[in-house]
Design a protein around this ligand. Structure first.
Ligand code: SF4
Length: 325
């Protein structure tokens, strides 16, 4: 069954001008480089990759918090433009990584959760109270916490407040940027299960950004692997985890968590460090770290190819030899 497309990201590019050092002036940093993908309604796409790969910048562009230099994002067919931003923000809401910093410490739970209603001038004070109570029930927050402040809540309760604030607008799409990574391991599963239940109950679409591949495998229907601002492989989750074809995806899936449990950065064991995005390698930008790289890879960037529902950017993908034989 084909589901309607709710999010369409089309050739999005984002470049920043950053200082290259003393006396070196400003240089271009291409955070996102011609990224395209679409998300079907009611599904979950996982965006994975190491820090600096562009996934959080892409999330901000999708949320309308940053403008793309090129390309466009459509939510249910509506282009995100400055004039549409207000309307779009009713339909797409974020849940950020760190509920400690994303919640205003001087506001009560009620004030935080009802903020989007007040910004969009939806209903009056009585409606806000009722809606806040209802959404607190939905996300499993006791109503007695309504007048508490964030510092009086546990990490899990704070993330439930952030989820309630996102859902009170009844959005179609929720962008979850590392929704569990700042939480204790024991609480992570509860928040993940809550996100799964809410998606089913409200038919939500998630764009899930995570370093944690186990979380992505558990939640996502499709996975897009990003490297230096490009999607290098995108496929249905089961297929991608069972048979990664891009050498970077393979390295990422073979990775283990670092000894820094709060960061949960995958250690790819690729030997060579992640390149500086101000000065990306020539050809295929993964070539200095790729065990399969040859001369062609050093000079020619691979074109994206779509094969049986899998998008791939590699001259010599895993399994190609078998297919040719
Ligand atoms: Fe490796 Fe070459 Fe494929 Fe790039 S194009 S991932 S360097 S094999």
């Amino acid at each position: 069954m084909t589901l309607p497309i709710i999010v369409q990201v089309d050739s999005v590019t984002k470049t920043y001008l950053v200082s290259a050092g003393v006396f070196k002036g400003k240089r271009k940093l291409q955070a996102v480089n011609g990224v395209s993908f679409s998300v079907e309604k009611g599904t979950v796409i996982g965006l994975v990759g190491e820090s600096g790969c562009g996934k959080s910048t892409l999330a901000k562009i999708i949320l309308g918090l940053e403008d793309a230099n090129k390309g466009e994002v459509l939510i249910d067919g509506m282009r995100i433009t400055p004039s549409h931003r207000h309307e779009i923000s009713r339909r797409i809401q974020p849940v950020f990584q760190d509920p400690y910093s994303s919640l205003n410490p001087r506001k009560t739970v009620k004030s935080i959760i009802s903020l989007p209603l007040r910004v969009h001038k939806l209903g009056g004070r009585k409606d806000w109270n009722r809606k806040v109570e209802e959404i607190m029930d939905v996300v499993g927050l006791p109503r007695r916490l309504m007048y508490n402040y964030p510092n009086q809540l546990s990490g899990g309760q704070r993330q439930r407040v952030a989820i309630a604030r996102a859902l009170i607008m009844n959005p179609d799409v929720v962008v979850c940027d590392e929704p569990t990574s700042s939480l204790d391991v024991s609480v992570q599963a509860q928040i993940l299960n809550l996100l799964i239940d809410l998606r089913k109950e409200f038919g939500l679409t998630y764009i899930l950004i995570s370093h944690n591949l186990a979380v992505v495998e558990h939640l996502a229907s499709r996975v897009a692997v990003m490297y230096l601002g490009r999607i290098v492989e995108e496929a249905e989750t089961g297929e991608l985890f069972k048979r990664p074809r891009h050498p970077y995806t393979k390295a990422l899936l073979a990775s283990v968590l670092t000894p820094q449990p709060r960061l949960r950065l995958p250690d790819t064991h690729l030997g060579v460090a992640y390149p500086n995005p101000i000065d990306p390698p020539s050809g295929c930008t993964f070539h200095p770290r790729c065990p399969k790289a040859n001369e062609l890879c050093m000079t020619d960037a691979p074109e994206p190819k779509l094969e049986r529902g899998r998008l791939l950017e590699c001259h010599f993908p895993e399994g190609a030899e078998k297919e040719e034989a």
